[in-house]
Write a protein that binds this ligand. Sequence first.
Ligand code: GLN
Length: 485
Amino acid sequence: MKFQDLTIQDMRQKLLAGDLSSVELTRACLERIKATDSTLNAFITVCEDESLAAAEQADQQIAAGNMGLLTGIPVAVKDIFNTLDVRTTCGSKILDNYVSPYDATAIAKLREQGAIIVGKLNMDEFAMGSSNENSAAGAVHNPWDTERVPGGSSGGSAAAVAAGQVVATLGTDTGGSVRQPASHCGVVGLKPTYGRVSRYGVVAFASSLDQVGPVAGNVEDCALMLNVVAGYDPADSTSVDCPVPDYLKNLNAGVTGKKIGLPKEYFIDGLDPEIKQAVDAAIETYRQLGAEIVEVSLPHTDYSVACYYLIAMAEASSNLARYDGVRFGKRQDPGEGLIGMYQQTRSAGFGDEVKRRIMLGTYALSSGYYDAYYLKAQKVRTLIRQDFLKVFEEVDLLLTPVAPTPAFKIGEMVDDPLQMYLSDIFTIPTNLAGTCAMSFPCGFSERGLPIGLQLIGQPFAEDEMLQAAYAFEQATDWNQRVPEV
Ligand code: GLN
């Protein structure tokens, strides 16, 4: 069996049985990255020496009978997570030389369970984008068609799993950045409920929307990754102190008797016919699996893109103020005085999309416009959240497409930011509402591009959502296909 065909569960079994050592596994992983990454560009940093040293330690732990959930298993993380002693660039020139003095909580949790972190993954700069083209480290190529985007902003996290470079990764999702690339790359990606996973040590984009999420090759591995990272963290005041179930435990509970809602606002005219076909077939599968399908309405859906881009940009403009070349950010040659130095540093350090968002966000927050834009957007956000809470009195889960089209060509949308923003229409509402959602494969286009299905779950009901995704995965074989890289 080839390295890239193994799941986390396969690796665990082989490690436990002594059929494979962590050093062998990590070497195979590093070789796979070497063989494929000149094509994909999924990694910004590969930690060869560190991961081999960690693998040796893992082998000792396994020999001593100390097996955590991920002991000895190579994984990788989006370059937005602070990692002790390894640089964290966030896809930006301004953080080119930044090395964090501590691990993000999610990283600490991976290490506690014995994971080997082999590297940091490419992403849109500061997680702003839907195509991974806004990265100082260059675009990532989709493993299914290297002329196409992998989606974004966690494009590296999805492409790396799809291409079998690593078995699982962590990304972040502010408006779809885990689910949309998972959909475009044919893998499983989950955005937990806001507050489920700690954001401590994750570079902030839009703090009221950001959430850490796992990407994996199948639902079970995704559930296992969520087991590792979920939970209350006193270091993140927005993390929620409520019990975390074992997501692996009742994975095969099925969907018999579950009520699944189809929000009619998500089945619109602009939807690509191949996506519609795949989603319709998935609905039929759920019916056959015993779920009851009903049409529902989320009436404020149309406002979500505008609402999101106001709130996300406002929060980003505030969060990114810290990159001034003094405490954070690679300082440029001093200009005229302190303000000149700020100007030089920020002009040279940020890319175009980040600058656009800082300007729009600053405008939306400025006195005189605050009420008209930011405050209004917050009120609309409440209406959007209420839509979801109301619909969840009636149904257990919602089913929708993830993206209106399959992966588009690199360069195709770069000059049309509005079009790019509009393509987030199906993923953004759940971030505004704070509820959980996930994407998993439900078909392929005629060109052979993966199509994802989205399930949206009630707040803190990731377990129920994973069970429904697992039932679908067991009944179909969409996740068995792998790209040739
Ligand atoms: N595509 C969205 C944006 O550009 C979402 C990004 C994200 O989830 N980080 O803001």
